[in-house]
Design a binder for this molecule. Structure first.
Ligand SMILES: Nc1ncnc2c1ncn2[C@@H]1O[C@H](COP(=O)(O)OP(=O)(O)O)[C@@H](O)[C@H]1O
Ligand SMILES: [Mg+2]
Length: 478
């Protein structure tokens, strides 16, 4: 059994959230920034060279979710006390956050905005009913805003496009095991992006050179509505930099901790979007290996973007590396057997469980070794408030038997999508983002509003310092 080593990431803690979430959010540009190259001039912004997206129209958000009042103090709520269901079995906080959402004005190039506030209500109705005429998401899809991903396979050429001088560095959005992500503003088009900064010495010390090169390579290859867009990378003597779209709505982790747990339809919505992203990645022979709410970001409309390709890897056959996050590890990883895409379907099971319950099934506050023992023992206690279809799906995902694990069988991802728990999901509409998200993040400060992200102590070491570059040759693609 492995011990907690350099290849395993820790879960986030709530401690960082004690810092103020208020920021000096810029309220200047109010046009949607996604799908716009950071060094495109205003004229060039009309259309991105590689994907033909049209520039978005001005947008504001009027969503006013009721801020949840419960703030668990520890990272891992005690399973027995984590859930405070209302009489209908749903957590009060999420219910109110969702039901008080008012319609937001989504950017919808050349199309009407929602006329009714029904469409943003967290309800399975959103998933069942036919598209609203003039739906913004339908509109953007019609304009090429959300094409089924499989149709977009061309890679961006990114090498050498950017440097520190292209951006005004702003606050830290997140820190992870190996990196720090900053909000930045392009000096060229004044739009906002996120830059992940990795210290080369740290990457080398943690033996993450290959993973980091893979992160860049995989991110550069993928194009999907539910995956983060990488615009470019560069390096200086000390650091590696990756420029991504800034996803304004914050981590699903934060929403989940505030809500304690999600109602069945809400968890289903997020799980369905993740399923489509995994299906796409696997079709590209890429395994993701780090599914967890910390790596799932909400865009300004409430749709998911998966970030953090730090463990993503092209694996046509089998791999052995121990990596991931302890309570999300599949038993075949823990027991150092060879594994493949099966591990992502296991993690999807853990994610759905965590969304529905507020804690992961094998969690132990004692040590990772205890978690591994629990994973290998494989006993899952399903709380009585869980929907029966959900339990059935979870028991087929969280199974050590690879000949029984859904997603890993002959039917592949179709088996997951056809499971009764997902019965109401119209997958083609979901892929076009033609289904309204259950929760629209309250982004009021315009573009560059990072209020949905926790505050972190800022980096003290200056970026862009000249000096010896002993590790540069290890990162030839940056
Ligand atoms: N594109 C992005 N937009 C906004 N925030 C981001 C973006 N990418 C990452 N983050 C934030 O930074 C955190 C750490 O980034 P991540 O890539 O997950 O690093 P690590 O590999 O260290 O976990 C994320 O959990 C998220 O909060
Ligand atoms: Mg991460």
């Amino acid at each position: 059994m492995p011990s907690l080593g350099g290849l395993l990431k820790k879960r986030r803690t709530k401690d960082s959230q004690t810092l103020s979430k208020e920021i000096g959010a810029s309220s200047s540009p109010t046009t949607a920034q996604t799908q716009t190259s950071p060094n495109a001039t205003d004229q060039q912004q009309q259309q991105h060279p590689s994907d033909g997206h049209s520039a978005a129209t001005p947008t504001t958000t009027t969503t006013t979710p009721n801020p949840p009042t419960q703030h668990p103090t520890s990272d891992r709520p005690n399973p027995s006390s984590a859930s405070h269901p209302a009489s209908d079995g749903q957590p009060v906080s999420m219910q109110s956050a969702v039901s008080q959402s008012t319609p937001s004005n989504h950017p919808s190039p050349g199309l009407q905005q929602h006329a009714s506030n029904q469409s943003n209500v967290a309800s399975i109705q959103n998933i069942i009913h036919s598209p609203q005429p003039g739906s913004s998401h339908a509109g953007s899809a019609a304009q090429g805003g959300a094409q089924p991903s499989q149709q977009r396979t061309e890679s961006r050429t990114t090498k050498g496009k950017y440097s520190l001088g292209d951006f005004a560095l702003q606050r830290t959005l997140g820190t992870g095991s190996f990196g720090r992500v900053h909000l930045v503003q392009s000096k060229h088009n004044h739009r906002f992006y996120a830059i992940k900064v990795l210290k080369k010495a740290q990457v080398v010390k943690m033996k993450q050179v290959e993973h980091t090169n893979d992160e860049r390579r995989m991110l550069n290859r993928v194009r999907h509505p539910f995956l983060i867009t990488l615009w470019g990378t560069w390096q200086d003597s000390r650091n590696l930099y990756m420029v991504m779209d800034f996803v304004e709505g914050g981590e699903l982790f934060s929403l989940l901790r505030k809500s304690q747990r999600f109602p069945n339809p809400v968890a289903k919505f997020y799980a369905a979007e993740v399923t489509l992203a995994l299906e796409y990645l696997h079709s590209q022979q890429i395994i993701y290996r780090d599914l967890k709410p910390e790596n799932l970001l909400l865009d300004r409309h409430g749709h998911l973007k998966i970030t953090d390709f730090g463990f993503a890897k092209e694996v046509p056959d089998i791999t052995w590396t121990l990596c991931g996050t302890p309570d999300y590890l599949a038993p075949e990883v823990v027991s150092s057997k060879g594994y493949n895409k099966s591990v992502d379907w296991w993690s999807l099971g853990i994610l759905i469980f965590e969304m529905l319950c507020g804690f992961t099934p094998f969690w132990d506050s004692g040590s990772p070794v205890k978690i591994y023992e629990n994973i290998l023992r494989g006993r899952v206690k399903y709380p009585p408030y869980l929907n029966q279809d959900a339990v059935d799906l979870l028991s087929q995902l969280i199974t050590a038997d690879l000949t029984k694990r859904l997603g890993n069988l002959h039917g592949g991802s179709e088996d997951v999508k056809n499971h009764p728990w997902f019965a109401e999901v119209t997958w083609d509409r979901l892929a076009r983002k033609d289904i309204d998200a259950p929760y629209v993040p309250p982004i009021r400060g315009g573009q560059g509003d990072a209020s949905q992200y926790d505050r972190y102590p800022e980096e003290t070491e200056a970026y862009g310092v000249h000096g010896d570059d002993v590790h540069g040759h290890l990162f030839p693609d940056f």
